[in-house]
Design a protein around this ligand. Structure first.
Ligand code: NAD
Length: 298
């Protein structure tokens, strides 16, 4: 594999990373991808991307390293790999687009400074569909000069929203997902209760969506993934639980513990224990239905 001179190294070609990296390729951005999964690497090659056989090979010579990995632990292990450290050149900007932990992101950015490498956090919202069309919401934390360097690249992936200094994007992202997961939980409880009362769930959603109870869960997730029974949003239940825990810990740290958030975490954690490892997060609705007590008199 030749050196990725001045281009993008994209590490993590999963449900989100693959369509995002493919979007860069379509936009003509020189991009070398790597994933530990051979199937992910093959899919990226099929999309026209150049594939490296290690993270270090992808990173060698790159001006920008984009990470789209499961969590902070994996991000730290990739960036802590001695071969990657040796391959990172001074002046490189690392952009962590994964939904990571803000405090760990700040600590990592501090370590990278020692290598002459800048870091920006840029987690996203919008799911697999919007990843494929370059229409994500991108929450950007970092120093202005570092963000300015990667802005033209990131705008290929979606609309940028500056959130503040390093780690702030990851903080907003986790807080967003705590809200999203809690909406989905209460929307599911309410729609399922309505159905047991004898209401048509589709009609309940239609009315709620013209009323004050509406949310992304009532307008998007329930109609698209729960009502048809497909449960295929492409966002894993365990990844959602990870984000909720990050947000609940953050609230605790700043002295404003989220009681509702902690309760929601408890329910999602029980679902995560009982559902298969690859369960989609929208399966929380099916799990709730199956685990709710039977109707009185049944
Ligand atoms: P995913 O599990 O589909 O993809 C993660 C990829 O990382 C996998 O292909 C895996 O093989 C790869 N990987 C793991 N360890 C690696 C390593 N050491 N080196 C190289 N590759 C490695 O997850 P996803 O759904 O794409 O999510 C990625 C991140 O984006 C997560 O932080 C998630 O919370 C966040 N996110 C997901 C969605 C969504 O809708 N799926 C939306 C917004 C944000």
């Amino acid at each position: 594999m030749s050196e990725n001179q001045g281009g993008v190294a994209f590490v993590g070609l999963g449900r989100m990373g693959l369509p995002m990296a493919s979007q860069l390729v379509r936009a003509g951005v020189p991009t070398v991808g790597f994933d530990v999964g051979p199937a992910a690497r093959e899919s990226f090659a099929a999309a026209g991307g150049a594939v490296a056989d290690s993270a270090a090979a992808a990173v060698a010579g790159a001006a920008t390293v984009i990470l789209m990995l499961p969590d902070s632990g994996v991000v730290e292990s990739v960036l802590g790999d001695p071969e990657v450290v040796a391959a990172l050149r001074p002046g490189t900007t690392v952009v962590d687009m994964s939904s990571s932990e803000p405090a760990r992101t700040r600590a990592l950015a501090g370590k990278l400074v020692g290598l002459g490498v800048a870091m920006v956090d840029a987690p996203v919202s919008g799911g697999v569909a919007r990843a494929g069309t370059g229409e994500l919401a991108v929450m950007v934390g970092g120093e202005d000069t570092d963000v300015a360097r990667v802005e033209p690249l990131l705008t290929r992936l979606g609309t940028l929203y500056r959130s503040g200094g390093i780690g702030s994007g990851h903080a907003v992202k986790a807080l967003n997902n705590l809200m999203s997961a809690t909406h989905l939980l209460v929307t599911s409880e309410a729609v399922l209760a309505g159905r047991r009362f004898g209401l048509d769930p589709a009609r309940v959603l239609e009315i709620v969506n013209a009323s004050s109870g509406r949310s992304g869960s009532s307008e998007n997730k329930w109609p698209r993934f729960v009502l048809p029974g497909s449960y295929d949003s492409g966002f894993g239940l365990r990844l959602m639980l990870k984000d909720m825990r990050i947000a609940v810990a953050l609230a605790e740290q700043v002295g404003l513990p989220s009681r509702l958030g902690a309760d929601a975490v408890e329910v999602w954690a029980r679902a995560a224990e009982e559902l298969p490892a690859d369960a989609d997060h929208t399966e929380i609705a099916r799990w709730l239905d199956e685990h709710a007590p039977p109707p009185a008199g049944a």
